[in-house]
Design a protein around this ligand. Sequence first.
Ligand SMILES: [Zn+2]
Length: 367
Amino acid sequence: MEVFVKDIADKLENLAPIEYADSYDNVGLIVGFLHQKVKNILITLDLTEEVFYESINKKCNLIVSFHPIIYKSIKNITGKTFSERIIISALKHDISIYVIHTNLDLIWEGTSSYISKILNIKRKKVLLPKKGTIKKMITYVPIHYANKVRNSLFEAGAGNISNYSHCSYNFDGFGSYMGNKKTKPFSGKKEVFNMEKETCISVLFPSYKLNIIKEALFKSHPYEEVAYEIYNIENINHRIGIGFIGNLLEKMNEYDFLLLLKERMNFSFIRHSPFTKKEIRRVTMIPGSGRFGIEAAIKEKADVFISSDLKYHDFFKSEKKILIVDVGHYESEKLSKNLLKSFLYKNFTSISIYESKINTNPVKYFY
Ligand SMILES: [Zn+2]
């Protein structure tokens, strides 16, 4: 079966909607064509020139990279930086580059799910939930069409709350209208006042599905002019956001926990605040740069906070209440390669999917 870049992009965006990406980020297809046929895929954490040549050797014409090579807009591409040289070579060799980054960080099935399994942690919720991920739609439907409209909203992705699907609130009442002479009213006559028995349907849906939900409403609703309201709501989805909070299946002392972290995750180097002398049970983690999560971890009464790119002064925030741990940026995110490989492998069996063999960590340790 032929696979095109668009098929890969659609699957990845279904897993991790582009709308979840941070405003500073640059995700999606950043070089190439959606209509290009994919031969093989190379997955990498960072796209370096070495990784680019690896893609040529492995006959991959699509590179899926976790970190973008372009963050800000560029005015010219002359090969003065490695990113520009990669873009030029990618265009010459017909290689597309796709990025899935902070949108992957935000989803429940992201890198955190892998890490928590490896560390035997039962995740409870995300550490920093993303705001504005849920909207509400209220619409008014002639009573005999209520089932049809409600079902089409469910099919489009509305009405899911945690482990429940098909959630809605409904009540019957009367709607009134009078169309002018240009109208073809669903019932009654034009230019005549009409009262219609209607069902009011209210559903929640993920904000990024707004257009799909509206489309489903317009397709299934029988009126010429559909009455509906969309609301932004403050409710939080505790499964969409950065990092995680969870409990170790068995509590352990700090030394043993760091040992477990080092061995299971294959970390070469761990920096940490002074031991608090408390046992570790409640674990918080933000893979990648996560110093902004320390306060939330303390507020959640976590025993440990794990992340990377922490500064000297961040470690003082521990105040013997929490063990603050820095495991390295590359190290904390390297599992995203495995995650993406197994996801794509499950969905696309007719192409070869490789993980880059290159360790792209630009930070080296001398010890
Ligand atoms: Zn990162």
